[in-house]
Design a protein around this ligand. Structure first.
Ligand SMILES: [Zn+2]
Length: 320
C-alpha cells in the first residue's frame, strides 16, 4: 500500500512528512540553506525522502511519490519555481524533475498556500465541504480556493491569489508593486509597514520602530489604540476581499490560517463589519469564518494528498 511524502519547502526550513491515510507517520526537518545551491538542496531533500521511504517499508508500506509545497509563482508543466521572494536561488530550476531523478520517485509541485488549503479541505476545518477559501496570513497573504472539491489555479496558474485582490483603491503599495492589495494590510509585512507609517506620522503608541507583529499583537491585547486600529484595519480589508469572493463564487466557508492568524480575534470584528457592509445580496451571517485546524501540518498533508491525486495513477516506482 503506498504512502506519500509531503514537503513544505520554506525559505528558512524544509519539512518532510511521510503521510498514510491522512496521518503523518514519520517526519523530519532541516534548514533549507538555499544559498548552498539548488543541487545541494535537492541532494538533501532526496536523502530525507529516502529516510522516509525506509520508514514506509518498515511499516509494510511503499513510497508512492512526493508532493512539494513551494512558495512563489510556479510553472507547473515544467515543475519549476519561476519566481519566489523566499527562495530566489531556486528561480528557474527544474526542481520536480531533479528531485524525481535523485530519489527515484515521481514528484508533483504546487504552491504552498494552495496545498495548505487542500490540507484543510481534506483533513481539517474544511473537511466535507466542497467550496472554501483559505487565507494564510504570514509574511504575505496566501490564498487557496477550492470549488466543487477541486483546487482552482486556472490557465494562468494564479487562481486563489486573494492576497493580490484590490481592497483599497490607491492604497498602500504591495510587494507585487500594485497598490491596495489585501496583502499590503493583512500580512506581517503589511501590518509592520502600516505601523512604520503611523510612527513616522507621530501617532501616539507604546510601539517603536523595528517592532514586529508579535509586539503589535501584545500591544493590541494591552489596549494600545494604534495596534488595535491596525489589526482592525487588517480585518476590514479581509472582509472586503471575502465579500468580493463570496459574491463571485457563492462559497460559504473561509478558513483563516498562518502565523499572523494568532491575532485573528483582533481582526474578526473588522472582518465581520466589512462583510455586513459589502455583502447585501445574501445574509452575511451565512458565511462561516473559522480558524485553520491543522496548523503547520496543513501544507504537509496537502502536499501528500496532492501527490496521491496527481501521481496516484502512475507506477509506484519509476524505472531509473
Ligand atoms: Zn499585491
Amino acid at each position: 500500500m503506498p504512502a506519500w511524502v509531503g514537503i513544505d519547502l520554506g525559505g528558512t526550513n524544509a519539512r518532510l512528512a511521510l503521510v498514510h491515510q491522512g496521518q503523518v507517520v514519520a517526519n523530519l526537518r532541516f534548514a533549507t540553506e538555499a544559498g548552498r545551491g539548488p543541487d545541494d538542496l535537492v541532494h538533501r531533500l532526496a536523502a530525507g525522502v529516502a529516510e522516509l521511504g525506509r520508514a514506509a517499508v518498515a511499516r509494510g508500506l511503499t513510497l508512492g511519490g512526493v508532493g512539494i509545497a513551494s512558495p512563489g509563482v510556479l510553472d507547473r508543466a515544467q515543475g519549476l519555481i519561476l519566481t519566489s521572494p523566499n527562495l530566489p536561488a531556486m528561480a528557474g530550476y527544474p526542481l520536480a524533475q531533479r528531485l524525481a531523478a535523485a530519489c527515484d520517485a515521481p514528484v508533483a509541485l504546487e504552491n504552498d498556500a494552495n496545498l495548505y488549503a487542500l490540507g484543510e479541505h481534506r483533513f481539517g476545518a474544511g473537511r466535507g465541504v466542497d467550496d472554501l477559501i483559505c487565507f494564510t496570513l504570514g509574511t504575505g497573504v496566501g490564498g487557496g480556493l477550492v470549488l466543487g472539491g477541486r483546487l482552482v489555479v486556472g490557465p494562468l496558474g494564479c487562481g486563489g491569489e486573494i492576497g493580490h485582490t484590490l481592497v483599497e483603491p490607491g492604497g498602500r503599495k504591495c510587494g507585487c508593486e500594485a497598490r491596495g492589495c489585501l496583502e499590503a494590510y493583512a500580512s506581517a509585512t503589511g501590518l509592520v509597514g502600516a505601523l512604520e507609517e503611523a510612527l513616522a506620522a507621530g501617532r501616539p503608541t507604546s510601539l517603536r520602530p523595528g517592532d514586529g507583529v508579535r509586539a503589535m499583537d501584545l500591544a493590541a491585547q494591552a489596549g494600545d489604540p494604534l495596534a488595535v486600529e491596525l489589526f482592525h484595519q487588517a480585518g476590514l480589508m479581509l472582509g472586503r476581499a471575502l465579500a468580493n469572493l463570496v459574491a463571485l463564487t457563492g462559497l460559504d466557508l473561509a478558513i483563516i490560517g498562518g502565523g499572523v492568524a494568532k491575532g485573528w480575534g483582533l481582526m474578526e470584528p473588522g472582518c465581520r463589519a466589512a462583510l455586513a457592509d459589502r455583502l447585501r445580496i445574501v445574509k452575511p451571517g451565512r458565511v462561516r469564518i473559522v480558524a485553520a485546524a491543522l496548523g503547520q501540518e496543513a501544507p504537509l498533508l496537502g502536499a501528500a494528498a496532492f501527490a496521491q491525486t496527481t501521481l496516484g495513477s502512475q507506477p509506484a516506482r519509476q524505472p531509473a
